[in-house]
Ligand binder design. Structure first.
Ligand code: NAD
Length: 491
């Protein structure tokens, strides 16, 4: 039941439509801080009527915004970038409170948002159209034209970074925008709206519609929304992709992940162990780029021992944050127990974790499980917690066969000092992003973020140069000027 009467740390949230915070017609959900389980705000479950109002506001803003030059439009993001820098501590603290991650991880989200702004302000250098004289006196030119009203549906694990994957480029390229945050982490959206307005973004260009399934389905169905991006679980990514495209929208839907890291006997022990553990425990394992499975190829026990040492020193509530909810905590613990019952050996056990002074928070300690086999549930399904499952393999091809069999394909990584072996793994891994001695191989801008297989539905990457294709359509203008035959007035 929503908390109606008690004093909330953050005022009850409203939608942001046409430059104003507008109450929703819908019911309200409590927003919990995973750090201590307290209710910190409430969020509306917006209705299709709310969505319709937001679409109308975005439609009204489109003609003026899209008719500006891209050079003019990106001026907003120069100013917005500075505001993100000025407010970085406040924004990081907000992310920490609503998501449960550490303050430094919150700060890293804003630093990435700043990098995404820097890419957006470079767009005038990248979107210059092509032009060619295609026959004597006839030239063909390609313009990139915005689509109209577009929407971005986001997950809980990055309340600010993932929304910025789409906000900056889509708006800089001339679209007007609807943002549907995760109902678990809706607070950052308010500050994004306020800071974009302070940076000078005209009313109606950026809008926020809170809610859950109902509003996502409404976005997929709405006839005046031209393109939809989704980031979240594979189950919902498939639903959104199928529904949006069946309504003839452009759609890019990023799904879940199960990332495999392969460690070889010649790997540098200390650096690899710290890197592998960081990949598994960063953001409490709630990253679509997190290490889920470590494939131990041959004799690598020295690395595994160091991974366990580092995992034991990763203290929940200090080096590691909370997971998003009590349900997530229980689900992650269930995966560990089921793996143990199936015959795996728990080397470091994060179950039953309680942080002193935050007894009601949702914590799971770093967990390392050895002797996992590919058929076990923990090896096949996305756990989305700080749990590293170790599968033993005897050579590179066996390791690759395990990695290739996963239905997902976000990231893969290899730890070795052998360049030939690293190149072989990079070429054969069935993943869109590969790390060599890097456990979270997120491509920095201008390279695009995007996985393969069940980790992505649709074409292209969600950031970087390939997002220019997604957020625009091309117009081909062919012209003939017969200058020698000009008989008009000389001006
Ligand atoms: P989720 O799929 O539960 O929710 C994502 C969004 O979909 C939210 O805004 C939510 O309100 C909405 N939603 C939830 N259920 C729905 C339904 N039945 N119908 C319509 N909409 C629905 O994902 P989450 O738990 O918020 O986020 C974690 C997941 O996101 C993980 O699987 C993670 O791997 C994935 N993720 C993927 C990437 C990527 O780039 N591939 C990036 C970040 C997170």
């Amino acid at each position: 039941m929503p908390t109606a009467m008690q004093q909330l740390k953050y005022p009850a949230l409203d939608n942001y439509i046409g430059g104003e915070f507008v109450p929703s017609e819908g019911e309200r959900l409590d927003v919990f801080s995973p750090l201590d389980g307290s209710v910190i705000s409430t969020v509306p479950l917006s209705t299709r009527g709310d969505l319709d109002r937001a679409v109308k506001a975005a439609q009204a803003a489109f003609p003026k915004w899209s008719s500006q030059t891209v050079k003019d439009r990106v001026q907003v993001f120069f100013r917005y970038r500075r505001l993100l820098e000025e407010h970085i501590d406040e924004l990081a603290a907000l992310i920490q409170e609503e998501n449960g991650k550490t303050f430094d991880e919150g700060k890293a989200e804003i630093m990435k948002a700043i990098e995404l702004c820097e890419f957006a302000v470079s767009l005038p250098q990248l979107v210059g159209g092509e032009i060619l004289e295609v026959s004597r006196g006839v030239e063909c030119r390609v313009d990139r034209v915005p689509l109209g009203v577009v929407a971005s549906i986001c997950p809980f694990n990055f309340p600010s970074m993932v929304p910025h994957w789409t906000i900056t480029n889509a708006i800089a390229l001339g679209n007007t925008f609807l943002f549907k945050p995760s109902e678990s982490v809706p607070l950052s959206a308010k500050r994004i709206a306020e800071l974009l307005a302070e940076a000078g973004l005209p009313a109606g260009v950026f809008n926020v519609v809170h809610g859950g399934r109902e509003i996502v389905e409404g976005i997929c169905d709405h006839p005046d929304i031209k393109a939809v991006t989704f980031v979240g679980s594979t189950k919902v990514a498939k639903l959104v992709y199928a529904r949006a495209t069946s309504n003839f929208k452009r759609c890019l839907a990023m799904g879940g992940a199960k990332n495999h890291l392969m460690v070889f006997p010649d790997a540098e022990v200390e650096q690899s162990a710290i890197n592998i553990t960081g990949s598994s425990t960063g953001c409490a394992g709630q990253r679509c780029m997190a290490a889920a499975t470590l494939i131990a190829v041959g004799e690598v026990d020295r690395v595994i021992e160091r991974v366990c040492d580092v995992a034991k020193k990763t203290v929940p509530g200090q080096e590691m944050g909370a997971v998003i909810s009590r349900e997530a905590q229980q689900r992650i613990e269930r995966y560990i127990t089921e793996a143990e019952e199936a015959g795996a050996k728990v080397l470091v056990d994060g179950r039953g974790c309680v942080v002193k002074g935050k007894e009601n928070g949702y914590y799971v300690g770093a967990t390392v499980i050895d002797r996992v086999t590919p058929d076990m549930k923990i090896a096949r399904e996305e756990v989305f917690g700080p749990v590293l499952a170790i599968i033993r393999a005897s050579d590179a091809d066996e390791a690759l066969a395990i990695e290739n069999a996963s239905p997902y394909g976000n990231a893969a990584a290899v730890y070795t000092q052998d360049g030939g072996l690293a190149g072989y793994i990079a070429a054969k891994a069935s993943a869109g992003m590969v790390g060599i001695n890097i456990g979270v191989p997120v491509p920095r801008e201008p390279f695009g973020f995007g996985g393969w297989n069940d980790s992505r539905f649709g074409h292209g990457d969600i950031t970087g140069k390939s997002s220019i294709e997604f957020w625009t359509q091309s117009k081909k203008v062919t012209s003939r000027w017969n200058l020698s035959a000009y008989t008009g007035p000389i001006r």
